[in-house]
Write a new protein. Structure first.
Length: 110
């Protein structure tokens, strides 16, 4: 199963949301550590694929538990389901902030 670092993912999504709220002028071309530039679309695609992988992993663990597979622990299943849910909610919030920022930019007078 592909594990996901939910804390890192949430921090990255919050940073992206803050950059989106600050406007295009405040977005840096490099990461905070001076890393090479990262395209926004690539970062969002990577985040979406991580969220999808977390959801698929949680679904697989839940199905294994329901089937009575040995080693399927209810606590671990519930934790993975909650992580996947939280990751999806965070990504949805980032998307909502991006849509709001886009609408605000589009409504600016020229």
């Amino acid at each position: 199963m592909n594990t996901i670092d939910s804390t890192r993912l949430l921090l990255e999504m919050r940073a992206l949301a803050l950059k989106a709220q600050a406007g295009a002028g405040a977005v840096e071309a490099t990461g905070a550590s001076g890393a090479p530039p990262v395209e926004f679309a690539a970062a969002m695609k990577a985040a979406a694929s991580q969220v999808s992988a977390a959801q698929q992993g949680a679904r697989a663990m839940a199905e294994a538990f329901e089937a009575g597979a040995p080693g399927a622990d209810l606590t671990r299943v519930m934790l993975e389901v909650q992580k996947a849910s939280l990751s999806f909610k965070a990504m949805t919030e980032v998307r909502n902030k991006l849509v709001a920022a886009y609408q605000e930019v589009m409504n600016m007078p020229i």
